[in-house]
Design a protein around this ligand. Structure first.
Ligand code: NAD
Length: 507
């Protein structure tokens, strides 16, 4: 469904103070949400067959449209086809295939042990879909960040309304035109548009909102969701640090730097929520680190960034300008040790390394989300923990170190969505680990089974039988009844003890 196509363009009657275009969108959104809710009520999306069909259809969509997706990603972000496959197309295929393989197992009720107090009884946990799910996705990975949550939502048996990012228009249009051709169009609908359309969407009641984007918009989404007590998952960003401990073995040092360069600039030119925002290193090793960073930058991305076609471009003029402004501060500009050149016509920015820019400059107080890499020096690498803790909790912390004590310290003394040792960004592809932030970097998590759980409610089901009555649970009360209940509760522990000794089997 393409709401923006049906928009009435002119509003000549200014006296009415009503924008008919928005009125129209509002009505279409209302109708769409109503249709989705009606369809959910038929119960069709709950069957395992429906879920598997949809996952297979999504796989077919990706297989049959690999070129079209690649082209759209190139149009929106200048992503190289290899990068497009590695970070988006391949990721969706992997995720859909593993959900297809596992969905039946995930849906199965799980037995729950019943304390002796409830004898005779049986308990189970039954995952059920939430209902109508609203998904907002971001522009930097416009395919995977739209399709991955859809995989979770349909695996869990929900119906979905998705609003792709308007800042990646080719991908948004691809999704709007293609999803209804492959998936059950009664259950998965696409709405295109910007903030105005989002506001209309948020006027409605959904059973779950899954949002990927900035903390600023997330707070608008959460405020609207609160009106209907709608649960939210917020996948946000922040400043992800990389701690670079001294690696005495030259080949370790080299591999670590290579991984930093590959991840910082080779993944959407630094426009990634889990991208490295800055590197912390001991002062005495900083020049060695910077020299090697430069070497790998030249090796991977060449001298002419436009011609080499390896780097993605900046998404649009507005973000290009935002990034250029970060370098305008004279103290920041003076800290550039590599790069800094920009190509406005093609929206390219050279991989840029800065050494100790001022810590109160915007480049160090805001999420960079672009191809600048500040290297921040500390006297002792342990101080990096304090540095990280002085900022909001990041989505990820990367640490290159072989020191096991330091690793334990990082894990126990910092808080972040994830901690990755000796690599960067690979966690996004690992479905057996949850993906999500904490604090400022997000609420909730997804990927693999975690996605299924995010879009499900685990219902507690208890079966009791109309036999064996315990009369002391009913009034009128007396002392004997109180003692009986006390004893029964204690006997419950006795039952547990028997179970632990292996004398009683768990249900
Ligand atoms: P954004 O917040 O501007 O937009 C995100 C989505 O919200 C888009 O679909 C947009 O159309 C919609 N939106 C815009 N105005 C809205 C409104 N008033 N109400 C409701 N929705 C509205 O973010 P962005 O520019 O797309 O992405 C950049 C941010 O997203 C960065 O902070 C980045 O770290 C974060 N991000 C996080 C992840 C993650 O997985 N954690 C992934 C990508 C990006």
């Amino acid at each position: 469904m393409l709401l923006v196509d049906t928009v009435v363009e002119n509003n000549n009657n200014k006296n009415q103070h009503i924008d008919p275009r928005m009125n129209n969108i509002g009505m279409e959104v209302e109708e769409t949400v109503r249709e989705l809710r009606q369809y959910f009520k038929t119960g069709k999306t709950k069957s395992v067959a429906w879920r598997k069909n949809q996952l297979q259809a999504l796989l077919n969509l990706v297989h049959e449209n690999e070129d079209a997706i690649s082209k759209a990603l190139y149009q929106d972000l200048g992503k190289h086809p290899v990068e497009a496959y590695r970070d988006e197309i391949g990721g969706v295929e992997k995720s859909a295939q593993s959900s297809l393989n596992s969905v039946e197992k995930w849906m199965a009720p799980k037995k729950s042990s019943m304390p002796l107090l409830f004898f005779p009884a049986k308990g189970e946990l039954l995952p059920e879909p939430l209902g109508v799910v609203l998904i907002f996705s971001s522009w930097n990975f416009p395919i995977v960040l739209a399709l991955d949550p859809i995989i979770g939502a349909i695996s869990a048996g929900n119906v979905v309304l998705i609003k792709p990012s308007e800042q990646a228009p080719a991908c948004s249009s691809f999704l709007a035109n293609t999803l209804p051709r492959y998936l059950d169009s009664n259950a998965v609908k696409v709405v295109e548009g910007g903030g105005d359309v989002c506001e209309k969407l948020l006027l409605h009641k959904f059973d779950k909102i899954f949002f990927t984007g900035s903390p600023r918009v997330a707070s608008i989404v959460m405020t609207s969701a609160a009106r209907n007590l709608t649960p939210v998952t917020l996948e946000l960003g922040g400043k992800c640090p990389a701690i670079f401990d001294h690696l005495s073995n030259p080949s370790d040092f080299k591999m670590a730097v290579k991984r930093i360069v590959g991840a910082k600039w080779g993944i959407c030119s630094g426009q990634a929520c889990i991208g490295i925002d800055y590197v912390l290193v001991e002062e005495k090793y900083s020049s060695e680190l910077i020299e090697l960073l430069k070497k790998f930058v030249r090796r991977f991305y060449g001298d002419n960034m436009v011609e080499s076609k390896v780097l993605s471009r900046i998404v649009n003029k507005q973000h290009f300008q935002r990034l250029c402004n970060l370098l305008k501060d004279p103290l920041v500009a003076a800290s550039i040790v590599h790069g800094g050149s920009v190509d406005e016509a093609n929206l390219f920015i050279e991989p840029t390394i800065l050494l100790d820019p001022p810590l109160d400059a915007e480049i160090m107080t805001e999420e960079i989300f672009g191809p600048f890499l500040p290297v921040i020096t500390v006297n002792k690498i342990q101080e990096s923990i304090e540095f990280i803790n002085s900022k909001p909790k990041p989505l990820a912390i990367y640490a290159f170190t072989k020191d096991e004590t330091f690793k334990r310290k990082i894990v126990s003394e910092t808080s972040s969505g994830s901690v990755i040792f000796n690599d960067t960004l690979v966690q996004f592809l690992c479905d057996t680990l949850p993906f999500g932030g904490v604090g400022q970097s997000g609420i909730g998590r997804y990927h693999g089974k975690f996605s299924f759980d995010t879009f499900s409610h685990e219902k507690a089901v208890m079966h009791r039988y109309l036999c064996l009555e315990i009369e002391p649970r009913y009034p009128p009360w007396n002392k004997f009844k109180l003692e009986f209940i006390r004893l029964a509760y204690r006997f419950n522990y006795f039952g547990l003890a028997l179970h632990m000794l292996g004398l009683r089997k768990q249900n």
